[in-house]
Design a protein around this ligand. Structure first.
Ligand code: ZN
Length: 349
């Protein structure tokens, strides 16, 4: 574990980029193994093989990190589904699966803590409660052999800072990746400008700071540019692959095109980015020097492979990247294929 932790920090200091697949909650909801609304990763103990397979699939598509599926595997969420007594079991199982896949594939394994959903700035009792929730999950991540710990999706600067402090206090020296997910454009929920929040998290000892979830590529990029300018450490960017805009800046605010119905969460597929849009996002991230890059809720392997390829990687899944030159209609032979030229070309030109 000590060696892997050093490898992670060394790779970052060499300027190497790290590709990170997230989005496990949405993917397992879509497949029918956890519930939209509560969004608790019950599948970890109900169907562990499926979790192992999705980790493997994401590594196949280019992920350098196996993120232990402990997102929302915390006390408050498990209470919601009446499985609080399985809290330790679910965390340790998720870590065991992730460690095993990372070792087998030569990737890094990250522990994962996230927004508690009960944090309230200035409420000492709530803060103590959240610290306790972070503490237990961080200690399990250490026991499970994580190489670093991701603390993510924090709307409040105060909660992000508390997560970082807890990783420093209980994380046995493991590096911390801290990402914010403010639903407002320029400030955290507790009123700290996002760029300043990232600077302060860097100053407080985060190895990487940045943004994850909530925003799609279009509304995350402008802020990422500001963060990149303001911070010295590596920056993380993990948007959701949905078409957010100035008018609808996060996936919570998206409406289904052509209607006035809100899309979150079950109709978000109506707002998905195209692969080309994901490619453009990855290219922009690379240009501005984003070093830790991936996709959050809504991610799937075909998107992640594009990010990996833009960053110059050649994951096993690239063997099957599109090669339309050999397509029977759209390939180079189109001109000589008179049957389709006549019947199809007129419709597609
Ligand atoms: Zn997400």
């Amino acid at each position: 574990m000590g060696l892997k932790r050093t490898i992670f920090l060394e790779r970052l200091s060499r300027g190497e980029s790290i590709i990170v697949a997230e989005g496990y909650i949405f993917e397992f909801e879509r497949r029918g193994y956890l519930k939209a609304g509560t969004f608790v990763p019950e599948v970890v103990i109900d169907q562990p093989d499926l979790v192992r397979q999705l980790h493997e699939e994401f590594v196949h598509a280019g992920s350098d990190v196996v993120l232990a599926f402990t997102y929302y595997a915390h006390r408050e969420k498990l209470k919601l589904i009446g499985r609080e007594d399985e809290l330790e079991q679910i965390n340790l199982k998720a870590l065991e699966i992730a460690r095993e896949v990372a070792d087998r594939t030569g990737t890094l394994m990250a522990g994962n803590i996230c927004n508690s959903t009960v944090y309230e700035k200035g409420n000492p009792e709530k803060e103590r409660n959240v610290e306790q929730m972070f503490k237990e999950q961080i200690e399990w991540a250490v026991r499970g052999g994580a190489d670093f710990i991701v603390g993510e999706t924090f709307g409040d600067y105060g909660e992000a800072k508390l997560a970082l402090d807890c990783i420093k206090k209980y994380g046995n020296g493991l590096p911390a990746v801290i990402t914010l997910s403010a639903p407002l454009i320029d400030v955290t929920l507790d009123g700290v400008p996002i760029v300043k929040a990232c600077q302060d998290l860097e100053a407080a000892g985060a190895a990487i700071v940045g943004l994850n979830c909530g925003r799609g590529p279009a509304t995350m990029l402008p802020t990422l540019k500001e963060i990149r300018k303001a911070c010295k450490c590596p920056i993380a960017a993990l948007p959701v692959p949905y078409r957010t805009s100035e008018k609808e800046p996060t996936f919570f605010s998206l409406t289904i095109p052509g209607t006035d119905r809100k899309a979150f969460p079950i109709d978000l597929p109506a707002c998905l980015c195209s692969r080309w849009e994901i490619q453009q996002f990855a290219e922009e991230c690379k240009n501005i020097g984003i070093q830790y890059v991936g996709l959050c809720c809504g991610n799937a392997s075909h998107y992640l492979r594009i990010v990996a390829e833009v960053y110059g990687k050649n994951p096993p899944a690239s063997k099957f990247s599109p090669e339309m030159d050999k397509h029977f209609i759209f390939g180079r032979k189109l001109e000589t294929n008179t049957y389709f030229t006549e019947h199809v070309k007129s419709q597609i030109s």
